[in-house]
Write a protein that binds this ligand. Structure first.
Ligand SMILES: *Cc1c(COP(=O)(O)O)cnc(C)c1O
Ligand SMILES: [Zn+2]
Length: 423
């Protein structure tokens, strides 16, 4: 039993539950559950300086703030999730006229997306409760992450994904030897079927915005941003001295943005966060249920019929919508909408800086460009954009963004012809 894990609080009705009393959402109203930790005990035991001294190059450096036990010390992909790099991209800084822009690159996770943070912690939980099989619905990345983290420790996993999932993501599922079921329907269809199957067969369900441990894994990105910012300030970075970097992240179900908000709130409750950063959610105009609620000034999420090419954020009914609206509202952030065309342009723009993003990964950067246009951010303010997934996940979209390569005869003459055509 993770010793600082006290239980859950429903994000809607605020009812409290013991750790073993509930497994997924609030039995009363279906609300997403927030994990409660023993903040007073953590404050006493785990001072922030300990983490900075602890050399663990993964999200497991934050073990005292996680509701799971240390899952062994072995070097496995599960143990390697998180602790992703933050880049200072000169090309993008000059293009946007933003001297204090950073990109946190989550494509560097073991299965190449942000989802490894959630799946690493959920698999640790599954081992702890002795789950025989873990199951998830996924547009691709959550499944790849669950399959990969499970394979790492010999856990059985079953994945339900829409049959339209990009082939690279499906290949990952198969290579990691999960049970793979491609559903002839949408992600939302797969989601509902997964919950039924989990009930029927007694499987442990990882579904995003359903299992409370996913946000606990995802919150570690906020810890890393906080730690990075402290380090920058120590190094004398002027822009971050008085103001935390605003965070831009793409949003589908709304669990990443909720998790990041939870991470900053944990730090606040530990007395470690001086100022809450503004959090900006970015959605595609073709999958905008959470942005719609935000701009309507409500927490009621009305489903849409999602159509975006950014498959990882293509969601009809977001499962973590309420907390996702709050993440922006309570931090002075906002929601920004971008078109598929703008998403493709952002894949190309990030490529110029040596960063290869899948469509949903580049969406956050497209949102920053839009927010600058709208005057929601000042070009002088510090901003950190999260690339949530690798471009290798969806080569078809990358090719749409970049165009085709030139094919030539194997002659110097042909190279000269190409060179003169460049002018
Ligand atoms: C899952 C995912 C998102 C969106 O996360 P949500 O929790 O569904 O909002 C964004 N980008 C990538 C690459 C993802 O895999
Ligand atoms: Zn409730």
């Amino acid at each position: 039993m993770a010793k600082h894990f006290l239980g859950y609080v429903c994000s809607l009705c605020k009812r409290q539950y013991q750790p073993e009393q509930v497994t997924y959402t609030c039995p009363h109203d279906g609300g997403n559950l927030d994990v409660e930790l023993d903040y007073a005990a953590i404050r006493k035991e785990a001072l922030a300086s300990d983490w900075l001294a602890n050399g663990e190059p993964s999200l497991w450096r934050y073990l005292p703030l996680l509701p799971v036990d240390d899952h062994g010390g072995q070097a496995t992909p599960l143990r390697a999730a998180g602790w992703t790099p933050v880049y200072a991209p000169p090309a993008l800084r000059s293009t946007l006229g933003m001297p204090h822009l950073w990109i946190k690159d989550e494509s560097r996770n073991p299965t190449a997306s942000f989802k490894d943070r959630a799946s690493s912690v959920v698999v640790a939980r599954a081992r702890q409760i002795g789950a025989e099989v873990v199951v998830t619905a996924s547009t691709g990345n959550a499944g790849a992450a669950l399959a990969g983290m499970s394979a790492a420790v010999g856990q059985r996993a079953v994945i339900f994904a829409p049959r339209t999932a990009p082939p690279a993501k499906v290949a990952q599922l198969l290579i990691f030897k999960a049970g793979v079921l491609l559903v002839d329907g949408t992600y939302d269809d797969a989601f509902d079927l997964t919950i039924q199957a989990a009930q029927e067969f007694g499987w442990y369900c990882r579904n995003t915005g359903y299992n409370p441990f996913t946000a606990e894994g995802k919150k570690t990105a906020a810890f890393e941003i906080w730690e990075w910012q402290r380090q920058q300030t120590k190094n004398g970075h002027p822009a971050l001295k008085n103001k935390p970097a605003s965070v831009f992240v793409s949003v589908g179900d709304g669990n990443i943005i909720s998790g990041i908000h939870k991470g900053f709130k944990d730090l606040q409750r530990l007395g470690l966060l001086e100022q809450m950063p503004r959090i900006f959610g970015v959605q595609s105009t073709g999958s905008a249920a959470i942005a719609n609620a935000f701009h309507a000034g409500t927490e009621t999420i009305t489903p849409v019929s999602a159509t975006t090419l950014a498959d990882s954020i293509s969601v009809d009914l977001p499962r973590d919508g309420v907390r996702a609206v709050r993440a922006a509202r309570e931090t002075g952030g906002s929601y920004v909408l971008v078109s598929d065309e703008e998403i493709l342009q952002s894949i190309a723009a990030l490529g110029v800086a040596g960063i290869f993003a899948e469509p949903a990964g580049a969406t956050a950067y497209a949102g920053l460009v839009k927010a600058l246009d709208l005057g929601l951010v000042d070009p002088q303010e510090p901003v950190l954009v999260i690339n949530t997934g690798s471009g290798l996940k969806d080569v078809k979209s990358a090719t749409r963004a970049a165009g085709e390569a030139t094919i030539i005869e194997p002659t110097l003459q042909a190279v000269k012809g190409w060179l003169s055509a460049q002018k």
